[in-house]
Structure formats: C-alpha cells, structure tokens
Design a protein around this ligand. Structure first.
Ligand SMILES: C[S@@+](CC[C@H](N)C(=O)[O-])C[C@H]1O[C@@H](n2cnc3c(N)ncnc32)[C@H](O)[C@@H]1O
Length: 203
C-alpha cells in the first residue's frame, strides 16, 4: 500500500493525539476557527477528532477523512460521545475524489504539514467547496522570527522522520500559490500558528 510506513507512524500516534485533544491553547484557536463551520463539512486529516467539541452539532454533518485506521477509530468515538453527526472515509487525501461543490465548508487543522503536495490539496478544496462556502484552516508553519525559522529549517528532516510532518512549511507562500481567496489570517505563537478564513475562487 502507498504510504504504508507513514500510515503506521500515524496509527501509533493516535493515543497521543487523543490525549492532546484537551490542549488549552489549541482549544482556543480551534474554537475560533471551527465555530464558523456549517452544513455539509469535509474535515481532512481528522486525526482523533480534536475539533468535534467546537462544531455546532445542530448545524453540521461532518465527513471526516484520514488514512490512519487508528485515527478514524478514535475520531468515531469522539463524534459519537459528543453526538456530532459524522461519517468517515479512510483514504489518502491524494486519492480522494468528490464532485465539485460537494461541501459547504472544508476544514483542515494541523494537517497541511503532512501532505506531499499541499498546493494541489488546497486546489482540490477549492473545487470541492461550494462557491459561497468557507475553507477554514488552522495550520502550523514557518515562524516570522529569524532565529526560530532557522531552527525549524534545521530540525525539519528529523522532525519529518519522527512525527511524519514538516515543521517548516511556508504557509503564506503555499496559500498564496493556491487558488483560494484568503479573507482573513491570524497568526499566533511567534507566528507559527496560522488561522485562515478562505473562500473558493471559480476559475
Ligand atoms: C498532525 S495530525 C492532525 C490531526 C487533527 N487534524 C488535529 O488537528 O489534531 C495529521 C493527520 O492527518 C492525517 N494524514 C496525514 N497525511 C494524510 C494523507 N495523505 N491522507 C489522509 N490523511 C493524512 C494523519 O493520519 C493525521 O491524523
């Protein structure tokens, strides 16, 4: 199977992501971005379902995607515990196919760092999201602090090997080169964390 080693790495991390769901700092940022989701929502790289507490459960139906079966199991438990309407697809983002305009909102949190071709992925979001919908992102990337970014670039190969994701993605550049129209960006934690409110653009 493609990505077998990487999937195993994430399978092993499912418990850690489960324990990390209560992280208070992340909780504040998750709430800020996720409360804007409504209707048919696609959440990619759903992990252990850390965003479920912040969805308006009366107003969303979430399709959660992840290629890790352990993450999907954990996310299913969270959705059921919190009574959020959700269905799940175990798949690699690169192999996912949806019709254009399939979702009201698309959500990705802390996941762009993992995808091999993040601009291609964002352009898929652009196509899958309805014209009047929202693309909501909470990502981590390269700090604007020169010393921190130097460190991030230095440790990235090791970080990728251990965790499966890159710690030095230039999120501004990635978003700027995608088809999305960014409406608002907020940055936190020495600008490492990005909250992004975007809209699809019809070409
Ligand atoms: C860093 S975790 C973030 C999890 C969650 N979104 C959160 O905010 O806690 C990245 C997630 O993306 C999933 N993932 C990484 N690459 C993927 C791919 N190519 N296709 C599908 N899922 C992927 C991993 O299994 C993992 O659950």
């Amino acid at each position: 199977m493609k990505n077998e080693k990487l999937i195993k790495k994430y399978d092993k991390q499912a418990k850690m992501y489960e324990n990390n769901r209560a992280n208070q700092k992340l909780a504040r940022w998750r709430n800020k971005i996720i409360k804007n989701a409504y209707g048919k929502v696609l959440e990619v790289g759903i992990g252990a379902g850390a965003n479920f507490p912040y969805y308006d459960r009366n107003n969303v139906e979430v399709t959660g995607v992840d290629f890790s079966s352990e993450m999907i199991k954990s996310a299913k438990r969270t959705a059921s515990h919190l009574q959020v309407k959700a269905n799940f697809i175990q798949a690699d983002i690169d192999e996912l196919v949806f019709e254009a305009n399939s979702f009201d909102c698309i959500v990705s949190t802390l996941s762009l760092c993992s995808y091999p071709a993040p601009i291609v992925t964002l352009n898929k979001f652009n196509n899958w999201c309805r014209e009047d919908g929202n693309i909501l992102l909470m990502e981590h990337g390269l700090s604007s602090n020169r010393f921190l970014s130097f460190g991030q670039n230095l440790i990235d190969p090791l970080h990728k090997k251990i965790s499966g994701c890159h710690c030095n993605r230039n999120i501004n550049e990635i978003i700027g080169n995608s088809q999305l129209q960014v409406n608002h960006i907020e940055r936190y934690w020495s600008d490492i964390i990005y909250l992004i409110w975007a809209k699809p653009v019809r070409l």
